[in-house]
Structures are given as C-alpha cells and as structure tokens.
Design a protein around this ligand. Structure first.
Ligand code: KIV
Length: 273
C-alpha cells in the first residue's frame, strides 16, 4: 500500500454533510504549484473553467475545451492530497444529452482521478444531474450567474436583483438539489435570495458574490491574490502578488542589464578527464 493511499482525501459526501455546519472553504486552482498550497487549507478545490480567462486570457469561458480541463485537473490532482478536487465540465461538453454528459464526465473522472464534476444550470440540467449521479458521478451544481451562458445573459450580470426573477432561481436551486447534486455554487445573486436558497435546500450552498448567507464560499484564487487586473466588486483581495511579481522581475532585469548575472557565482567547473 502506498503512503498516499493512507491519507484520506475529502469526498463529495464529506462536503455534503457540512450543510449548516462549519463553513466550507473553497478556492479555484489550475496549476500544481498553486494547488499544493491551497490543499493545505481548502475543503475542496475547483479546477474551474474560469481558467480560460485567468490562465489563457480568453474573454469568456465559452471556448474552454474538455482537454484543457483534463490537463489542468491532472496537474491539480498530482499536487494535492487532502482536498476534494472538483473539475468543471466546459461549455458544450454536457448540454446535448444525458449520454454526452456521462461520456465526458466519465472521461474527467477516469483521466484526472478527481472526486466530482461541476456543471452549470438549474431546472434545465436537473435530468442530466440525476442521470450522472445515479451512474456514480458526484455532481456539484451551479446556479445564479452561470458564466457559460454569457451570450444569452447579455454579460456577466448579477442575478435576482429584481424580485420577479426569484421564483425561477429558487426553482433552479430546488431542482438541482432534488436531482442529487451534493452541493451547489450560487454565483452573484442578491443577498436575501441567497439566504432563501440556502434555507430552502438540503445541500450546501457555496457562494461567490452571494453574501455570507451561504454554507461556504469560493473565490477565484488569482483574483483574491491580486494577480488579475479587473476583479468583480465582491472580491476581497488578500494579497498583492502582481506587485510582488513586478518587483521580482524588475530586480532580475536590473541585475541582467548590469551584468550581475544571477547564478554567475555558482559556475560549473570542468571535470578532470
Ligand atoms: O469556473 C469557476 O472558477 C467557477 C467559480 C467562479 C465558481 O465556476
């Protein structure tokens, strides 16, 4: 038995039973280096399709492919031991049919070894969620602002700011929970609505821009570290890594330009033949 198999990684069930309990800590991570650090504190790590915008500089998550998600999922899995790893199903990989969703979710689970997938959509995705869960795929839902629908939503807009929208969003939450999801992300919804959703469903709600009413919180790691330029208004930055990186690369460039080549004092000697 390997040492790694003695360490128990969190499962979807471990997250599910935290409903109304100790708040669930979550962040995104896309690379081995960052995931290894986040693993020390997070209950679950999301390999989010936000990587399309954060890592690849895309304008939205729409162009992200299954292959991209699998490669980053593999990197994050290799670097982590404790947190549950959830990998996003990208746009176009699950909406066509329940069979398509199962085929691609199975690829994600098999090829990364992660513990769960996440997909966006409420009532319209409920049948698909049920189909996956009944066949052994733990699913995290995602309602409210669903960024993959940016082209139909008309932008990355907060949801539920008009009370007229509430019944549909509450029905989404109910449908996702009833379908067997173990938790759901609630993104960018008005605070009283987030509270109603959280009270109304029996699974944990993970808020992002959805107030403290939820059972847990998630942020995009690069946003909270101050690495990305423009961040949503609700993001609290806990670091200013962009400034630190700028200082480090400037120091390096200054050294090179002054011929203080780094490492020059550690030259390799020639081996005696
Ligand atoms: O892709 C992502 O990072 C997400 C989070 C914003 C919840 O879905």
């Amino acid at each position: 038995m390997s040492v790694h198999s003695l360490i128990k990684r969190r499962t979807a069930q471990d997250i599910q039973i935290r409903k109304s309990g100790e708040p669930i800590v979550s962040l995104t991570a896309y690379t081995a280096a960052m995931a290894g650090i986040v693993d020390e504190v997070a209950d679950f790590i999301l390999v989010g399709d936000s990587l399309g915008m954060v890592v690849y500089g895309l304008d939205s998550t729409v162009p992200v492919t299954l292959e991209m998600m699998i490669l980053h999922g593999q990197a994050v899995m290799r670097a982590t031991r404790h947190a549950l790893i959830v990998v996003d199903m990208p746009f176009g990989s699950y909406e066509e049919s329940r069979e398509q969703a199962l085929r691609n979710a199975a690829r994600i689970l098999k090829e990364t070894g992660c513990g769960a997938v996440k997909l966006e959509g409420g009532a319209r995705m409920a049948q698909t969620i049920r189909f996956l869960v009944e066949r052994g795929v733990p699913v995290m839902g995602h309602i409210g602002l669903t960024p993959q629908a940016v082209n139909t939503l008309g932008g990355f807009k907060a949801q539920g700011r008009s009370k007229a929208q509430w019944p549909a969003i509450l029905a989404d939450a109910e449908a996702v929970a009833q379908a067997g999801a173990f938790a759901m992300v609630v993104e960018a919804v008005a605070e009283p609505l987030a509270a109603q959703i959280t009270e109304g469903v029996g699974i944990p709600t993970i808020g992002i821009g959805a107030s403290a009413a939820c059972d847990g919180q998630i942020l995009v790691l690069d946003d909270m570290l101050g690495l990305t330029g423009r961040v949503p208004k609700f993001v609290k930055t806990y670091g200013n890594l962009a400034a630190e990186v700028r200082q480090a690369v400037t120091g390096y460039a200054d050294d090179v330009r002054a011929r203080r080549f780094p490492g020059a004092d550690h030259v390799y000697s020639v081996k005696a033949e």
